[in-house]
Design a protein around this ligand. Structure first.
Ligand SMILES: [Fe+2]
Ligand SMILES: [Fe+2]
Length: 499
């Protein structure tokens, strides 16, 4: 069954693709722009499902949706939105749910497993229509412990129909250990590596697999290219080794894309991608070693970028695409706080690490912009939240800080910055309501940096913007432990002409 995945972020596209392509009954095409997606749709009139983000560099998803409806109204459309209500004002989506009962909206962060559940529903319907029988006789929640021949592998795929999405997700995070089954991997992925920590098999026939590469054995691309020439689309690795493979593959992507010679624009995009993946993982499994490892990759890359001293405000404007508030403001806060710390004279790598890591982590448990953008509990926006949401906002500094504290050998001060990131100079913040004398200086720098980022994110950055901001910040922050960071900020702003 053919599916089309349209997603502008490469890392997300790759990691979804690797999950989808394991399913033998799926044939996956990917696109990163509207134009690319339209081309694929026009050339393949047998696509059954489109999984699609909303905003792209060359337009929005409704163009793809309209074309898909014209080509075949039966195509199921899974809209993968950055936030709830993102497409509320788009007229093409007014009858979205009525157009096709297999249309779904999935809000990020989500995992490939959630979408796989919907894909399986469509596959189930098509299978039933073609074979006259429902595949329910094949469903089983008990994993087979016998060697998996290709037919049984097919049975196991169908078995997942009965699993709720969360189980499919946990399966993705912790793949099953059935040593006798294989995970299908797109052959092009093997062109990104020279060794992998898994054995690699070529499928010769229904039950015949032949080992072509040993684990950790260097191989050259000519061998892979030869298979591609012969029409091989997939290679196979034992499922028992697939978690090693995925971990290795995603770190390879991150390290490849984070190399210092990667152009700044690409590097900033990758930092966002990596941070987004880490936030998605944290929302599924909490702050664990994997989340911290991903954030460390992003943190180190941010620190290197800070040291290269690019023009901060040009960089910030290019990063605020307004696609994903939580990730964008976390990363831009890391940059502003990093530059601010350097201006104060705290430019040592260890200090920048603390402040950048705190920026990445501080709102990790708030998955919605309308909660994460709250700064004060006396605000109209806070009062407009439901009781449950208010509770989530009020407790996120403590919850996040206490989870950070549980990580052994973690950077000192990160949890205390996170714990106090909603305190205010006049004492009207939360959770403690302490004032400018009791908030530590490093946290004051963080609070000022995040405030600046929010003003830029939600305001109009015109000729008077920074003059007005300076006046406002002088009034708000010229007290107690905020003074040092305020003075550094004013000096940073003075150095930029903002033509
Ligand atoms: Fe925040
Ligand atoms: Fe927060």
């Amino acid at each position: 069954m053919k599916i089309l995945h349209v997603e502008h972020e490469e890392l997300i596209r790759e990691l979804y693709a690797i999950e989808f392509e394991e399913k033998e009954y799926l044939e996956i095409s990917s696109a990163s722009t509207v134009e690319e997606a339209i081309q694929i749709l026009q050339q393949n009139n047998d696509i059954k499902i489109i999984i699609c983000g909303h905003k792209f560099t060359d337009g929005n998803s409704e163009k793809i949706y309209s074309l898909a409806k014209t080509i075949n109204p039966e195509i199921a459309f899974i809209l993968n939105l950055s936030f709830e209500g993102e497409t509320n004002n788009v007229s093409e989506y007014k009858t979205f749910k009525d157009d096709n009962h297999n249309n779904h909206i999935v809000i990020k962060p989500n995992e490939a497993g959630t979408i796989l559940t919907f894909i399986n529903e469509v596959y189930n319907e098509i299978y039933t229509a073609e074979h006259g029988t429902s595949p329910t006789s094949l469903t089983s929640t008990t994993p087979s412990s016998t060697p998996v021949a290709p037919e049984d592998a097919f049975t196991n795929e169908l078995g997942e129909f009965t699993l709720p999405s969360v189980q499919v997700v946990s399966k993705f995070l912790s793949p099953d250990k059935d040593e006798n089954s294989y995970r299908r991997v797109g052959i092009n992925r093997f062109l990104r590596m020279n060794t992998i920590p898994a054995e690699v098999y070529l499928k010769l026939g229904e039950e015949k697999f032949i080992k072509v590469i040993n684990d950790n054995e260097p191989y050259d691309f000519s061998r892979i290219k030869k298979y591609i020439k012969k029409g091989v689309n997939y290679l196979y690795i034992p499922k028992a080794q697939s978690d090693q493979f995925i971990n290795n593959y995603s770190s390879l992507l991150k390290s490849t894309l984070s190399k210092p010679d990667v152009p700044l624009k690409d590097r900033l995009e990758v930092q966002q991608d990596v941070l987004k993946l880490a936030h998605e993982r944290a929302n599924l499994v909490g702050i664990d070693k994997g989340v911290i490892e991903d954030m460390t990759v992003a943190t180190n890359s941010v620190i290197n970028t800070v040291y290269q001293n690019y023009d901060l405000f040009t960089m910030l404007s290019s990063m605020m695409k307004k696609n994903d508030y939580i990730v964008e403001h976390s990363l831009t806060t890391a940059f502003v706080a990093g530059h601010l710390a350097t201006e104060i004279g705290w430019g040592a790598e260890s200090t920048l690490q603390k402040i950048a890591m705190a920026s990445m982590l501080h709102d990790v448990y708030l998955d919605k912009e309308h909660m994460a953008s709250i700064t004060c509990k006396n605000s109209v926006a806070f009062r407009a939240l439901t009781e449950e949401e208010q509770q989530k906002v009020l407790t996120h500094p403590f919850n996040t800080a206490s989870h950070i504290d549980q990580m052994a050998n973690f950077l000192p001060d990160v949890s205390s910055i996170v714990f106090a990131h909603h305190e205010q100079p006049d004492g009207c913040g939360f959770p403690l309501g302490i004032n400018s004398i009791r908030i530590p200086q490093i946290t004051c720098a963080f609070i000022i940096a995040e405030d600046l980022v929010n003003c830029m994110y939600y305001g109009k950055v015109n000729a008077n913007f920074f003059d007005n901001l300076t006046l406002k910040f002088k009034e708000k922050y010229n007290r107690g432990n905020f003074r040092v960071a305020l003075e550094a900020l004013i000096s940073m702003l003075d150095k930029n002409s903002f033509e």
